[in-house]
Design a protein around this ligand. Sequence first.
Ligand SMILES: NC(=O)c1ccc[n+]([C@@H]2O[C@H](COP(=O)([O-])OP(=O)(O)OC[C@H]3O[C@@H](n4cnc5c(N)ncnc54)[C@H](OP(=O)(O)O)[C@@H]3O)[C@@H](O)[C@H]2O)c1
Length: 308
Amino acid sequence: MSLLSKLKPNGKNGFGYGSTAEMVTAGISLVGKTILVTGCNSGLGFETMRVLALRGAHIIGTARTAAKAMAATRLVQGLTTPLACELADPQSVRACIASIKEKGIRLDAIIANAGIMALPKLETAFGYELQFFTNHVGHFILVTGLLDTLTDNARVVILSSSAHQRAPQQGIQFDNLDGSKGYEAWAFYGQSKIANLLFAKELSRRFAATGKTANACHPGVIKTNLGRNINPLITNTIGPIANALLFKTIPEGAATQCYAAVNPGAIGISGAYFADCNVAECRADANDSALAKKLWERTEEIVASLKI
Ligand SMILES: NC(=O)c1ccc[n+]([C@@H]2O[C@H](COP(=O)([O-])OP(=O)(O)OC[C@H]3O[C@@H](n4cnc5c(N)ncnc54)[C@H](OP(=O)(O)O)[C@@H]3O)[C@@H](O)[C@H]2O)c1
């Protein structure tokens, strides 16, 4: 636990910066609930799977490969089903959706957790910048493909980040989704994370007449494999100090998504951005419903054009 975790006061609901996934789910029985967690083999996804399974949920744990998903699910106590879901490969995402439907699974929550950050050089998938494609388009295919498996009061939680603040001024550079007009690692990570937020907002709008909810969240800043592209000189020098003073631990980092996915305190909250287990403010244009709608429609076009 960092110094900040100890010092920062909790929010309105009694949880906050220093709350852990076990704390926000204490006393909650998830027996009979089924929850899909993407990126279950590492960092926040693994801790989320571990704690929600501990509370009795059946976890559909996805990873890039079946072997990774299987190895991760084997490490946790409780009911788990491992599945492959490589978000940068629509065929893999579609196979994951098909497998869930074949098994007749109804989902009480989806936690779109997997992600990549700050790729040093421009990389693409199907002609689109890879962070945008993996973090946003891959999850868009997965979540929209699973809408008819959701239970009446299902909750969709999309991992965003405070780094959505680093997105380009116009939010989404619709004329540069391939990065060919200029690429900057953090701006493109930021763009993918504001896309996650806008997706949650538009999904929430589409859920309006139902009992289902969709929210985005920022987990905090936590030392995980996500930082693999950060210069090791920085991580080895500033990293330990930041860890001791500022960062969250992995159990603290997994708390916000667990709160949004299962805590009764989040019942009826939709279209929100959570941070430190409470509703928080996001960048103004992440609340722009016209931008959210435009991104949804553009993503549908992208998905339709993939031809696989
Ligand atoms: N850690 C932080 O400080 C922080 C801050 C803000 C937001 N977040 C968000 O929190 C989420 C979880 O991150 P984390 O910190 O737990 O990072 P992590 O330990 O690196 O875990 C990321 C997970 O995503 C998976 N993944 C990456 N690319 C994928 C792909 N193409 N298809 C399927 N799965 C893929 C990884 O699989 P492999 O292990 O196979 O690569 C891994 O399971 C991310 O969405 C991230 O943006 C984290």
